[in-house]
Write a protein that binds this ligand. Structure first.
Ligand SMILES: [Mg+2]
Length: 210
């Protein structure tokens, strides 16, 4: 277990009396898009409407999106992060329940998303609406660096780039399995579940109290 440090460390120390008895409390970071909810279909719909370009989920086997120009992709992603779109997302079945279970066990939950700081309030409203328990929220473009600063133990994120960087930083990388990260999971470079209950089972040995 890492030593608690900084502002997050103070929050961490205050989280639970369980720590006083020597049980392990993990710091868990959770991505939002394609991790807590099914994001892809919205991105596909927006790309089709704006540019007439389809982005079929099953064919997205690489992380990079080459069917759109960079600035087109940026415009599409920005639209996915409008307040209305953020707040209307529906969580994956089991996601809130699994995270609530971790939180009830005393684990420290950091929600982190590559989205602009201006999306923070809508994101907070969404998390409240779906009943997601969390201790800390970060909306910015430096996800893995921030996780390293916080001493995160487990990063749940669908991006192969983030998963590999997290592993390099000593975190346990875990994901919901998608076409673009299936190979990483198959090659055991990341833990993967096809849904949240399976992901919880895969992470159970990691999070088990020591
Ligand atoms: Mg994501």
């Amino acid at each position: 277990m890492r030593a608690a440090h900084g502002a997050a460390g103070r929050a961490f120390e205050g989280r639970s009396a369980i720590a006083d008895y020597g049980s392990w409390i993990a710091r868990i970071a959770l991505d939002i898009d394609s991790t807590l909810h099914h994001y892809w279909d919205l991105l596909d719909e927006i790309a089709q409407r704006r540019y007439g370009v389809a982005l079929p989920y099953a064919e997205q086997r690489e992380w990079g999106i080459t069917r759109l120009e960079h600035e087109e992709l940026v415009a599409c992603v920005r639209e996915t992060h409008s307040d209305e779109n953020i707040e209307s997302a529906e969580p994956y079945p089991g996601a809130v329940e699994v995270v609530r279970g971790w939180h009830d066990e005393g684990h420290w939950i950091h929600v982190t998303s590559h989205r602009a700081g201006s999306a923070r309030q809508a994101t907070e409203r969404w998390l409240r609406r779906i009943g997601m328990p969390y201790d800390d929220l970060h909306c910015s473009y430096d996800k893995v660096a921030r996780c390293a600063q916080l001493g995160i133990d487990v990063l749940v994120d669908d991006s192969p780039v983030n998963l590999l960087r997290a592993a390099d930083e000593g975190m346990v990388p875990a994901t919901i399995v998608h076409p673009w990260n299936a190979e990483l999971v198959e090659s055991e470079r990341a833990l993967g579940g096809r849904d949240w209950p399976e992901l919880r089972d895969k992470l159970e040995p990691v999070l088990r109290r020591r």
